[in-house]
Design a protein. Sequence first.
Length: 332
Amino acid sequence: MAPAVTFRAVSRLFGAVRAVDNVDLEIAEGEFFAMLGPSGSGKTTCLRLIAGFEQPSRGAIEIFGVNANAVPPWKRQVNTVFQDYALFPHMTILDNVAYGLMVKGIDKQTRYGLSEEVLDQVKLGGYGPRKTGQLSGGQRQRVALARALVNKPSVLLLDEPLGALDLKLREAMQEELKALQKRLGITFVFVTHDQSEALSMADRVAVFNEGRIVQAGTPEEIYRNPRTRFVADFVGSSNLLPPGITETLTGKRVWSSLRPEMVELSAAPGRLSLSGRLSTSSFLGAVRRISVDLGGETVHAHLPASQTLPDEGSTVTLAFDRAALNLLEDAP
Ligand code: ATP
């Protein structure tokens, strides 16, 4: 079966700016795929290339195995949920959702029937007659979703769809979106700069930097085995150990990363260890974050909040499994 979306050596240039730089990518049918990266890394341009709002300067976009470069946006089996929702304020919710079907010339009874069905799917059954001004942020987000879903797309593109919501609502919507996607089985391609959102929702994540995909994989793969300093630092928090320190631990002169939650304060046989001076300790609620000064380098550890600590300034031993130390590909 052909992938839902394929990028073949795709670049998109705007003048001298390489917004997308030689990207190869396959997104499987039914996958919840996240494009993650800092501002300006090319995520939105990739989404617009799939939608057909942008054309590749080089390479090809395929949708279900067919070259789509010459296919206009409205002929692709793809719909977009925009960050600002782009709802019509003067129309009812039902008319907002039915709008795309009306443009396609579908009769009133059919389009209202289908629109009510999708409003039910996004838990807005009965809200049809209201105006969008009477809705909360989360409800507006769901109307925008319903408006895209009513077209029965094979691929749904979402550009920072939860960006306008506060943290609590965003977390609730993350779970809802994920459940909806699994229920409908539609391929979702989701753009975010929020690493925790990408990890918690996606089946697979592509990490972007400067127009390139620097790593793609499952959330676990990316979190456990970041390949570069950029990924280790951008996804979760990580200690980055310079080649000098990694060499004393493993004999390999390379950069390595070490997650703070993998570090403990008690040495044990068979584990790697580093000694330093306990410089700070902060209570973060679930854990206590300590910094240990190795004489120039600082290593952070997340310890159980209930653990009793030696005084600040004392010498401590940090211990971790060899497997927790992740060797990176960056040049030493
Ligand atoms: P953000 O999270 O801020 O939306 P992004 O990762 O989605 O960022 P893009 O919007 O794809 O990044 O932009 C990538 C680069 O391309 C940026 O340097 C941006 O300024 C540039 N760019 C995007 N669209 C255009 C355009 N129409 N004209 C000129 N430059 C553009």
